[in-house]
Design a protein. Structure first.
Length: 324
């Protein structure tokens, strides 16, 4: 128990310092800010969710006297809560029966564990990203006009004085940024939360502290109802007002989840290629440089959800030869 508490305090202190580093204004502080959930996720995966709970409470309690109550609440909602809950889900498992009925004379066998599906964890990540983005926007106002005006003023302060383009072009650019900012924010939040959880799992697996086998990420699937929820969210985007703005955030979060599934499909499709590493590396490089080709991954993930592309591929491949 002492080790859990010490690890919790160390992880909470590191996470709080990384979260508070954004106040310095340094460029490196952006990277530290977005990696703030990582220490708590490592604590949750390696020492249990209780460790992340203690660390999160300690970190928030230390931030409130220095930066104020709103800053501490923001840390708890954006960092501590996702780190604790995602770590809890990643270690969640239930026994599976092995087909041996009790009392039939067979020796008792330790049951295998069925771990919480990776696709559902990805859906939780999308939900956290959407909720934190909505909460951030609602701090700017309670209606679409107020939120849009606050975002426009922000981009005017950032871009307007430094823009060499004509006033009309600058206005169009700012309007475009205001329109895509909520979707961009939730997409970035989804990616960073996913990356933090993956890094935390890698760190704990390397250290031998990960208390579950490494999952098959290429077989991850979102729950079937996600497709129906995406259709509803897309339809609400055309209603206008605050409802449309919030629906856009939900839609962007779900589409990013399908994009991550699309990458899993891509890894499955390229398993038999001799130059697999080159094609995967080139694809990721194009995604990072140009960003917009990620839409292809969205469509690939949606196509897999509808047509079962990975299942069809695996069914057509011959089974592996038995070992001699």
């Amino acid at each position: 128990m002492i080790a859990i508490v010490l690890m919790a305090i160390a992880a909470g202190s590191a996470s709080a310092l990384m979260f508070a580093s954004i106040m310095s204004g340094a460029l490196i502080s952006l990277l530290l800010f977005y990696l703030a959930p990582l220490p708590l996720m490592v604590a949750a995966l390696g020492w249990g969710p209780l460790s992340a709970t203690i660390g999160g409470i300690a970190a928030a309690s230390g931030l409130i006297p220095v930066f104020g109550l709103p800053y501490g609440i923001a840390f708890a909602v954006m960092v501590a809560l996702p780190a604790w809950w995602l770590g809890h889900l990643a270690l969640l498992g239930r026994p599976m029966t092995n087909g041996v009925a009790p009392g039939d004379g067979a020796a008792p066998v330790a049951p295998d564990l069925e771990w919480y599906p990776v696709g559902r964890i990805l859906l939780w990540i999308s939900g956290f990203a959407a909720l934190t983005t909505m909460a951030t926007l609602l701090t700017l106002g309670t209606d679409a006009e107020t939120i849009t005006g606050a975002l426009r003023q922000f981009f005017l302060r950032v871009i307007g004085p430094h823009s060499a383009a004509p006033a009309g072009d600058t206005g169009q650019l700012i309007d475009a940024l205001v329109t895509i900012a909520p979707a961009g924010a939730v997409i970035f939040a989804t990616v960073t939360l996913t990356l933090n959880l993956w890094l935390a799992a890698r760190i704990t697996a390397t250290s031998g502290r990960l208390h579950r086998p490494w999952p098959d990420l290429n077989s991850a699937n979102l729950p079937p109802m996600t497709l129906a929820a995406s259709c509803v969210a897309i339809a609400l985007c055309f209603t206008g007002g605050l409802t449309a703005m919030l629906a856009l955030i939900v839609t962007a979060a779900l589409m990013m989840a399908y994009a991550l599934i699309g990458f899993a499909v891509l890894h499955t499709l390229t398993q038999t290629l001799k130059s697999r590493a080159f094609w995967l590396g080139a694809t990721y490089a194009v995604m990072v440089v140009f960003v917009w080709p990620v839409l292809a991954m969205v469509f690939l993930g949606l196509a897999d959800a509808v047509f079962g592309i990975r299942l069809r591929i695996l069914q057509k491949r011959p089974p592996p030869l038995p070992a001699s």
